[in-house]
Write a protein that binds this ligand. Structure first.
Ligand code: F0G
Length: 458
């Protein structure tokens, strides 16, 4: 391509107005939301970077598919299209539709988990960890050591630490292992990709110890893009072929279709093993729905079947990854510390480094999400000690390893001028960094506290 400017590879057919709030309004809104952006109303937000999950703009083809949706309870055509697309992509024979990723997690990890069981991952996403821990099992995160070095430009910081993996499998033994889960890309670890070489080594190790190998594949198209462009031997393979090769290594996958399948709701569990699939299908029917719709309507399955193709489109993926990098590189150039290289779906700001004067127990990440909202109406999410902090027996906070803030980019939703606005908001963040203040939690639930906790400023 001879031109520098990466244009959005789509035209806009339908628009949704943004309400332009004033700083005074936002101050009021933030106080009413107890300084937790999850408690803001969407109308109060100018640019919503809270998540890339379920926030995609669907294509005209997907909307056409919505009208074609077959809403029969059993054996609907939409189910057939969905099942055949998922089979074709993953190569797994048993497909269980679910209303989103965490429903598949609850079914599979609830079944495999329980007291004394152990799960091992490059990094468990928060709902993955919550479902595992809720079953009574334990979850170990073992990202590769390069993942801890922000400035290293190691191309596959999403990799799992293979040496630690073998150590843990040896230590616990086959019987205790629920599954090894490769999260692709590693969301909590910065949206960083996993290499095919790493995924292959995990397969070999899982085979050696005879343990189940599951891919959390919600961003596998983005991961395939990085493999194509960074890993030797994949230059001529399509993104879809790369994903198919990765699926072939594992025993199954869990997908939140709300990410790379470009839909607003949906997910699935896909498995190789017939007995395991049968056990999970029983659980599916109890809480999600009959096996040919899970928790989905026919129209949802139609949109997923189409989105799974569009998510691997070369022009789309090129724009997607480059536009995330555009935001990351520009704010990095302003001296904002970001996880580097920039990942696929989001830019991760290191709020611990940005606000060295705010200690972990005053939640620098939460301080930054509040500042972003107050200054520019930008909503982001803390991925630090609010999300992952724990308390010791004396009630003292055990902080998360990093105090991050995630700016997640919804797919096909914002244009470059929206992103330029966010970059400008960071000018003000940089200028006022020394005056940002920490927060204290005044109310919190036991699980997944970041969603509903209340804070007060110090
Ligand atoms: N696995 C990963 C890696 C995820 O990022 C998510 C969701 C899930 C599983 C659960 O899927 O939401 O469909 O139930 N991530 C969203 C996010 C919520 O904002 O990153 P779900």
């Amino acid at each position: 391509m001879p031109f520098k400017t990466i244009i959005e590879p789509f035209r806009i057919k339908s628009v949704e107005p943004i309400h332009m709030s004033t700083p005074e309004e936002r101050k009021k809104y933030m106080t009413a939301a107890h300084f937790n952006p999850f408690l803001l109303r969407s109308q109060q937000v100018i640019i919503d970077l809270l998540t890339d999950s379920g926030t995609s703009a669907m294509s005209s083809e997907q909307w056409a598919g919505i009208l074609r949706g077959d809403e029969s309870y059993a054996g609907a055509q939409s189910w057939e299209r969905f099942e055949s697309e998922v089979k074709d992509l993953t190569g797994y024979p048993y497909i269980l539709p679910t209303h989103q990723g965490r429903a598949a997690e609850r079914i599979l990890y609830g079944y495999l988990g329980g007291k004394e069981k152990v799960f091992i991952s490059n990094t468990h996403f928060d709902t993955t960890r919550a479902n595992i821990e809720f079953s009574g099992a334990e979850a170990f995160d073992i990202p590769c050591h390069e993942a801890h070095n922000h400035e290293s430009d190691f191309p596959f910081k999403g990799n799992i630490d293979l040496i630690r993996l073998e150590e843990l499998l040896k230590k616990f033994g086959t019987e205790k292992i629920g599954a090894v889960i490769l999260t692709v890309t590693n969301n909590t670890g910065g949206g960083q990709p996993v290499s095919m070489a790493n995924a292959e080594s995990v397969a070999a190790i899982c085979k050696k110890y005879n343990v189940l190998y599951i891919i959390d594949c919600c961003r596998i198209a983005e991961n395939a893009y990085f493999i194509h462009h960074r890993e030797t031997g994949f230059e001529t393979k399509s993104y879809r072929e790369i994903a198919q090769q990765m699926f072939s290594l594992a025993d199954g996958c869990i997908m939140s279709a709300k990410k790379d399948a470009l839909v607003n709701i949906g997910g699935f569990l896909a498995l190789k093993n017939e007995q395991l699939a049968a056990a999970c299908t029983n659980l599916l029917i109890i809480t999600e729905g009959f096996s040919t719709y899970g928790g989905l309507s026919g129209r949802d399955m139609e949109a997923i079947a189409i989105g799974l193709r569009e998510g691997f489109d070369a022009d789309y993926l090129n724009y997607r990854i480059k536009s995330t990098a555009y935001l990351g590189e520009h704010i990095r150039a302003k001296g904002i510390p970001v996880l580097y290289p920039i990942g696929g779906h989001a830019v991760y700001v290191d709020a611990g480094l940005l606000y060295p004067h705010i200690p972990a127990h005053h939640y620098p990440g939460q301080a930054l999400v509040c500042e972003l909202y107050k200054i520019g109406g930008v909503r982001a999410v803390e991925i630090g000690s609010v999300m992952f902090g724990k308390y010791d027996e004396a009630g003292k906070l055990i902080p998360a390893p990093m105090e991050l803030v995630r700016l997640a980019i919804p797919r096909r939703v914002y244009t470059q001028s929206h992103i330029d606005y966010v970059i400008e908001v960071f000018d003000e963040i940089a200028r006022t960094r020394s005056s940002a203040r920490g927060l204290r939690i005044i109310k919190e639930p036991k699980f997944l506290r970041h969603f509903t906790a209340h804070f007060e400023t110090l």
